[in-house]
Design a protein around this ligand. Structure first.
Ligand code: V47
Length: 373
């Protein structure tokens, strides 16, 4: 294939590998990181994306629920968590969680995305009741609930293995796990951004246990703080390694760090250039992940839309009431209407597919799409 689209000659061998369908190495990843030839990187990522998904772009109709912001972890990166009796700390009652689910369920929601802090007093039974209650009230809604960090914390509190905890939650109605809490796996970075959170190894170990229990999950990477390019590529390769083993990850979701109201408030926020590069490099390195998600809440709808031409095939969903990013200064809306998602996707020349959490299509008469052959 003609490689005229490349301006940075150092990318040529990487491009040749991508176009030949070969797996990229750590050094290839670094070359991509060190290059400013964003259009060439994006072209390659788009090539991979087109091969996997043609012209399709996925989205879902979901509702985020954060039952509590009380958290013992005190991560330096986080603007959401509060100590138990601190100002602004909240914990919803089970009834309030179920009411929030009912109130947000107006637009044919197919997924509740449920994550919260590590609450020192809420036992596993409380979470099982929460899930049971949602399952009973909303039997058709998929419950994507609790990060690896929450799962391991609940297991420790209940004196159960991670596997047994996962099995109990699954039995109660949890259908899959979101990808949060991965941050950056490198231990020296972790010590500075989330000193008391589980290690990267433990995150991967918990994801492995989840996949082995039959629960699929997503995976995230938090970038744009104190990490280096090497840390980012190392993170991606560790995710790729586990995916080779379990095949249990559905989507990779790069998350740009929002510094406001965190201990890193002196750092500048991410840029459109860095966001698009992150999406594209993720798509190129994670050759065994089906999906790369441009989470519009984090990267703004404007950049997320462009990302659909830089390797992303999924815009996440309607979200409603996002708290974690907005506490950290996100200026995006807290919700997006289905019609607006459709407009963004169609304007980018993609064919929208409303999906369920596990990427099965959701039949809705309003959605029309064609697969390009
Ligand atoms: O784990 C916390 C990150 C994550 C900040 O799986 C911050 O489909 C930026 O994981 N600036 C939670 N990021 C969000 C998350 C997620 C979002 C959307 C979809 C999915 C999915 C998962 O947010 C946390 C942490 O990595 N975070 N604080 C901050 N100040």
């Amino acid at each position: 294939m003609d490689l005229d689209f490349i301006q940075d000659e150092r990318l040529r061998p990487v491009a040749e590998k991508v176009l030949a369908g070969e797996r990229l190495s750590f050094d290839d990843g670094l070359k991509l990181e060190q290059s400013s030839d964003l259009l060439a990187i994006g072209y390659l990522a788009n090539h991979v994306r087109q091969q996997r998904h043609g012209n399709l772009c996925y989205f879902n109709i979901n509702l985020h629920i954060n039952p509590t912001n009380v958290c013992v972890s005190g991560c330096q990166l986080c603007a959401f968590g509060r100590k138990k009796n601190a100002r602004g700390a909240y914990t919803m009652s089970l009834e309030q969680v179920w009411e929030a689910a009912a109130e947000g369920g107006s637009e044919a929601v197919t997924e509740f995305h449920i994550v919260g802090g590590l609450h020192p007093d809420l036992p596993l039974e409380w979470y099982l009741d929460l899930i049971h209650g949602l399952r009973r009230r909303f039997p058709t809604v998929h419950l994507k609930a609790f990060t690896m960090v929450e799962i391991a914390y609940l297991a420790r509190g209940a004196r159960l293995t991670v596997r047994d905890t996962l099995l109990k939650l699954q039995e109660a109605g949890v259908g899959s796990l979101p990808g949060g809490g991965a941050e950056i796996f490198d231990p020296s970075v972790r010590r500075r951004i989330c000193a008391h959170k589980m290690s990267g190894e433990e995150w991967l170990e918990t994801a492995r246990a989840a996949h082995q229990a039959g629960l699929r999950s997503n995976a995230t990477m938090l970038y744009g703080h104190i990490e280096t390019a090497r840390d980012r590529i190392d993170h991606l390769l560790r995710l790729r390694g586990l995916q080779d083993e379990t095949g249990g990850f559905m989507a990779y979701v790069p998350l740009a760090f929002h510094p406001a109201n965190t201990q890193f408030s002196y750092l500048p926020p991410s840029t459109g250039f860095a966001d698009l590069k992150s999406i594209a490099i993720g798509r190129l390195m994670l050759d065994n992940f089906a999906h790369v998600k441009a989470y519009w809440v984090m990267m703004t709808p404007a950049i997320a839309q462009v990302a659909l031409r830089f390797g992303a095939d999924d815009l996440d969903g309607t979200v409603v009431e996002e708290k974690i990013y907005h506490e950290a200064g996100a200026t995006t809306s807290r919700e997006m209407k289905r019609d607006e998602l459709l407009r963004l996707i169609r304007e980018a020349g993609r064919d929208p597919v409303q999906r369920d959490t596990l990427y099965g299509p959701v039949a809705r008469p309003q959605v029309t799409f064609t697969v390009q052959t």
